[in-house]
Ligand binder design. Structure first.
Ligand code: BEZ
Ligand code: FE
Length: 307
């Protein structure tokens, strides 16, 4: 027996040992494993074992991690996805998005979608006010949708949604806010122009009453998102853009809880204190005026980054 065991060289032994732990685990994958799954799992096992070796957790610490993941799963429901929130606060959602949307310079960049997008929001003619609860500082947003060369893109769909002035989306306050408050779909005209009325967005906390919120607190981080409006802009033949525009004066601009801020997405919000101008756009004075263009790239396939 002993002679037979000694013929198995140390470097290919199937038995677990600390130094070769990831190699031993990865060697178990069978030939029928899908090639991409093999790649993904072997990289994950390699990095996970490296992390455990670097951290050297006690049993108590490892069980605390298991408990955290269990609670994260237990709080998930049809309308709450705590794992996406975890991915968001760790910057992984933004990283996956960046990898999949490497656009040419000049194109409007993507940012995080977030959990409060609702498909089939009401379609409105340009100029409509999407604020249905009357709270907040009035604002008009206007601009163009163009391609990279500056040519107008007519008939582009612009879906917009934002929180109300109390910092909640309509779907978080059903029965409190009017349905579809502060969301709507607009269509660019023959010159690529769009415009609508709303209220200046304000910062708000991501849902922080679950395990992810507790983790943020334990790490000395706050749950606030920098004030923003969400947009999805689509047009046939162009790469759809899922993005935000941010207010320039938000105190959380440089510390957004989900790393969603990109410099190119910070807009100018100009306060207009002029009764005639206010009357012209159908708002009270003063109001905020935001001029914002979307630049769409033609449909692209994701490319791998050069190392
Ligand atoms: C949002 O912007 O709506 C959002 C994004 C990530 C997590 C929670 C909310
Ligand atoms: Fe949001």
């Amino acid at each position: 027996m002993q002679a037979q065991a000694s013929t198995v060289s140390q470097s290919s032994s199937p038995y677990f040992d600390e130094a070769r732990s990831a190699e031993v685990v990865n060697a178990r994958m069978g030939p029928e494993a899908d090639a991409r799954l093999r790649q993904v799992m072997s990289i994950l096992v390699k990095h996970l074992h490296e992390a455990v070796k670097e951290i050297e957790p006690t049993h108590e610490e490892w069980f605390a991690a298991i408990r955290f993941l269990t609670e994260t799963g237990q709080i998930c429901s049809d309308w709450r996805q705590e794992y996406i929130l975890l991915s968001d606060i760790l910057g992984v959602s933004m990283l996956v998005d960046a990898i999949n949307h490497r656009r040419p310079s000049g194109a409007t960049p993507n940012t995080i979608l977030g959990p409060f997008y609702v498909a089939n929001a009401p379609e409105y003619p340009n100029g409509t006010n999407i604020c249905l609860d009357g709270k907040g500082e009035p604002m008009v947003v206007a601009g163009r949708v163009t391609d990279i060369e500056g040519n107008a893109i007519p008939d582009a769909k612009l879906e917009v949604w934002q929180t109300n002035d109390d910092g909640f989306y309509d779907v978080q306050q059903k029965g409190v806010q009017p349905d579809s408050n502060l969301r709507g779909v607009f269509t660019s005209d023959s010159e690529g122009r769009y415009w609508f009325k709303s209220v200046k967005p304000r910062h708000y906390p991501i849902p922080s009453d679950g395990p992810v919120g507790k983790l943020l607190g334990a790490m000395g981080r706050h749950p606030n998102r920098a004030a923003h409006l969400h947009f999805i802009v689509t047009a046939p033949g162009f790469d759809p853009v899922i993005t935000h525009i941010f207010t320039p004066d938000c105190p959380y601009l440089s510390e957004d809880a989900v790393f969603g801020v990109k410099r190119e997405l910070i807009a100018e919000f100009n306060q207009v204190d002029d009764i005639d101008a206010a009357r012209e756009v159908g708002l009270s004075s003063p109001f905020w005026s935001v001029s914002w263009d979307f630049t769409l790239a033609t449909s692209t396939t994701p490319t791998r980054a050069t190392p």
